[in-house]
Design a protein around this ligand. Structure first.
Ligand code: SF4
Length: 152
């Protein structure tokens, strides 16, 4: 005979099955709590918002150092000093010190004449300065050459 012949017996079996399930469900639900207390997950704490930094004042742009004027500090402006041995200097009898002028060779030379008071001297108040006769070089304010021309 089949099991379904006795409805009461079937119901008992069904309730037995259901009852067992009812018992199992709570047990499985409690199994997580058996003996070990599960610490509750910490409530997520909101990260404190970083303090809004005040807008940094626009930093002044770094400026590169201005190029220094070409100057060696001795008034030459970075130009080479005319050498007394320069061919053109020799041809014109240039000397750094007018007191060394060979008066016999350059009779037009007179005491007191010097580059500093020559019209061709590009006087800047320095010991050395340019001269239009010797471009690209500087001559000494105390110098002299046969191209001397008194300042007007
Ligand atoms: Fe000096 Fe005048 Fe001669 Fe030039 S031209 S080297 S400034 S004396």
């Amino acid at each position: 005979m089949s099991d379904y012949s006795d409805p009461v017996d079937s119901r008992r079996k069904f309730l037995k099955l259901i009852g067992g399930g009812v018992v199992l469900i709570p047990l499985t639900g409690l199994s997580g709590c058996s003996g070990e207390k599960e610490s509750p997950a910490p409530a997520p704490t909101p990260e404190p918002a970083p303090a809004a930094e005040p807008e940094k004042a626009a930093e002044a742009p770094v400026q590169e150092a201005a190029p220094e004027p070409a100057s060696s500090g001795d008034g030459t402006g970075g130009l080479p000093k005319l050498s007394e041995d320069d061919a053109q200097a020799k041809a014109l009898g240039y000397v750094h010190d007018a007191s060394q002028v060979d008066g016999g060779k350059y009779p037009r030379y007179q005491d007191g004449q010097a580059c500093a008071n020559c019209a061709l001297f590009q006087d800047g108040g320095e010991e050395w300065a340019g001269c239009s006769i010797f471009p690209g070089r500087v001559v000494n304010a105390k110098g002299w050459c046969s191209a001397y021309a008194p300042k007007g």
